[in-house]
Design a protein around this ligand. Structure first.
Ligand code: AHR
Length: 668
């Protein structure tokens, strides 16, 4: 009696109350609809609400030269040969003398702007000539400017000579034509920041920024910055609007940052330290990027948290487990240093850093680190729920000891935080087995699995999680991609994603990786979004991610769709899922056909409540290409239409397609 009558009624009431409590975004459902949803929920199993998110790493110029909207490359003269053999503090800069001016330029370190930012340029101008003497920055492969758009300029200058100096800042477009200018006069004394807005009078993809002193003088110059005024959400020290928006359009439930291998770094001195990345940008600690370039740290933990909040994604910071990457120093080559652990003495401070991060994100403004968050402009906590510890680390005693120290400390002080552990770089093998054994021993709440595999692997492994033991650690598939950006790659990922929904009780989160790649500096393929300075190209894989994320459900309902291919056996190229979204009340079908022949899908919807007569359908379909170039597949984009629900008892699934069908229940 209790189970037959009272329990469903309680469930229904709870569901109804939950919807009411959910607030603005979620319209209240009618009692009848809530009843139907509660009945459907009984047929299925819950799906993690955080299932589909994104992975961000500053790889392939994803941050500096990408999402981070700074247009000046090497703005603080901190590039060096340790970033890349051919680099130095004047990389991307040149000395500019015009109209017969002359003097000398040098890079100095005495009396710097800040000890974390030791290098600056000293201009010693003997004769400023007719137009001035100064420096020019080439941006990241040129600066892309648009006529009529505003750009926010800033620079720190220490006037070394006695008299004030007239300065001119020019945006120079094609053939050096000045297309925007700003002037100021220096003042005596210590380092001082000068700011101005420049409106571009012409467009150019290869503009440069020139700063000229118009008088005989000695000047120290540092931290030269130029941002588009229109950053994402118009935030200071912000993000490139189109790239940020393309990530927001994925509606990710979480955002993992700052990587990847970047987290555990190339040697222990290269481990990513979040505290180095907050505070005024000119005071942050910069360092070599493991992917062979430079991290300005301008996109730091504050900006990551702010971005998460802006796009409604839960933050998932990942911190090193006190050990460096096992490939440090190029271990695959002879002479690499391999995985190294912080000394046990150093671990004390490191563990404190992890605890401080939680306070920085969630602590009250009266706490030490909460106060720093508030000082940055965000008194409200960021609502941190997950913290990742480790990335693909080799399962050694050094790793295990340090992981456990961090794990124990976080659990003791912050039991409310869900810790995500790591089980190696591959879907099987020694680190995977040992990682899982260790996770079982410690009862780590969630572990991070990674796989980069061929499309066939994704099709054949559709049942991978069906047989995972429950209950044990939940799974975060932190990095996965099939090797390519062709339609077949994307469809194999789609087929696999139906299995993640089916196993959404144990797969807590999943994120395709990597997310962004600058077309001129791509050091890893495939990626989800490619870009240059002017535009971006979402891949066919992007549309798969988007179709799943915007159509996520919270209940998986089994046995609704049967698939067959006339004259052939249904095989791993066919996959489907049926989920229900209890916020909207919609029932959502996803049907994948990664094969060359059409198939038939029969959806038995009659038991799921009164449906509207028509449903919305998105179909991603095309001809696969052998050539794995993004150009080959860039015309494959989803088409939107309506379909009658009656037709779904015999839906013809086109070859090489993903269909996402969204059906509303009748009534509100
Ligand atoms: O996503 C690219 C790299 O792949 C990540 O940095 C690393 O974690 C993995 O090996």
């Amino acid at each position: 009696m209790f189970f037959k009558r009272v329990l469903p009624a309680i469930c229904m009431a709870l569901l109804f109350v939950a919807h009411m409590a959910h607030g603005q975004g979620a319209p209240a459902l009618s009692v009848k609809k809530a009843q139907t949803l509660a009945a459907n929920a009984k047929l299925g199993k819950p799906i993690s609400k955080d299932l589909f998110g994104v992975f961000f790493e500053d790889l392939s110029y994803a941050a500096d030269g990408g999402l981070y909207a700074e247009l000046i490359q090497n703005r603080s003269f901190e590039y060096s040969a340790s970033d890349r053999k051919t680099w130095n503090p004047l990389t991307a800069w040149e000395y500019t003398t015009e109209g017969f001016g002359y003097g000398t330029i040098s890079v100095e370190t005495a009396k710097p702007l800040h000890f974390n930012n030791p290098h600056y340029v000293l201009l010693n101008i003997d004769d400023a000539g007719q137009q001035g003497v100064g420096i020019t920055n080439a941006g990241y492969d040129g600066i892309c400017i648009k006529a009529g758009q505003k750009y926010d300029f800033s620079v720190y200058v220490r006037q070394v000579s006695a008299k004030p100096v007239a300065m001119q800042v020019d945006l120079r477009g094609d053939k050096g034509a000045v297309c925007g200018t700003f002037s100021f006069q220096t003042q005596a004394g210590a380092w001082r920041k000068y700011t101005g807005t420049i409106t571009a009078t012409a467009s150019s993809d290869t503009a440069r920024l020139t700063i000229l002193a118009r008088q005989r003088s000695v000047l120290a110059i540092d931290e030269v910055s130029l941002f588009p005024h229109n950053t994402f959400k118009n935030e200071a020290n912000g993000l490139r609007a189109d790239l940020a928006q393309s990530i927001a359009n994925l509606q990710p439930k979480f955002l993992r940052f700052p990587g990847g291998c970047l987290v555990h770094g190339d040697g222990i001195n290269n481990i990513y330290r979040w505290k180095n990345t907050i505070g005024p940008v000119e005071q942050r600690v910069q360092q070599r990027n493991i992917w062979n370039y430079h991290q300005s740290t301008g996109l730091g933990f504050y900006e990551y948290f702010r971005f998460c909040e802006d796009i409604g994604a839960k933050p998932l910071p990942v911190l090193a487990a006190g050990v460096s990457c096992q490939n440090s120093g190029g271990t695959w080559k002879i002479g690499g240093t391999g995985q190294k652990g912080l000394s046990l003495a150093a671990m004390k401070g490191y563990i404190q850093d992890v605890l401080d991060l939680i306070e920085y994100a969630n602590g009250p403004v009266t706490s030490v680190w909460g106060a720093k968050r508030a000082a940055a402009g965000h008194p409200k906590p960021f609502g941190l729920q997950y913290v990742g510890i480790g990335n693909e680390d080799k399962q050694t005693n050094d790793f295990r000891d340090r992981f456990k120290m961090i794990y124990d400390a976080v659990r003791a002080k912050h039991p409310e935080i869900t810790i995500v552990g790591t089980v190696g770089p591959a879907p099987s093998g020694e680190d995977y087995d040992l990682g899982w054994k260790f996770a079982d021993q410690l009862s780590v709440p969630v572990v991070d699995e990674h796989f980069y595999e061929k499309p066939e692997w994704f099709l054949k492994n559709n049942s991978r999680y069906d047989s995972y033991r429950r209950p044990k650690s939940k799974v975060y598939i932190g990095e996965y991609a099939s090797w390519g950006n062709t339609l077949i790659n994307a469809l194999s990922e789609a087929a696999f994603m139906t299995s993640l929904e089916r196993n959404g009780d144990i797969v807590q989160m999943a994120s395709y990786a990597p997310l962004l790649a600058n077309l001129k500096h791509t050091s890893w393929n495939p990626n989800l979004i490619y870009f240059d300075n002017k535009t971006l190209v979402p891949t066919v894989n992007y549309y798969v991610q988007q179709l799943f994320a915007v159509n996520q459900g919270d209940v998986y309902i089994p046995g609704i769709i049967s698939l067959n291919r006339p004259g052939a056996r249904a095989d791993s190229t066919l996959a489907a899922s049926c989920v229900q979204n209890s916020e909207t009340g919609d029932v959502i079908l996803k049907i994948v056909n990664a094969g060359p022949q059409a198939a038939t899908a029969m959806a038995k919807l009659s038991g799921l409540g009164m449906m509207a007569a028509n449903a919305k359908i998105d179909v991603l379909q095309g001809q696969p290409s052998d050539k794995n170039t993004i150009d080959q597949q860039k015309n494959i984009i989803p088409s939107h239409a309506e379909i009658s629900v009656a037709q779904l008892s015999g839906y013809v699934v086109p070859p090489y397609s993903l269909s996402v069908i969204r059906i509303s229940l009748k009534g509100n």
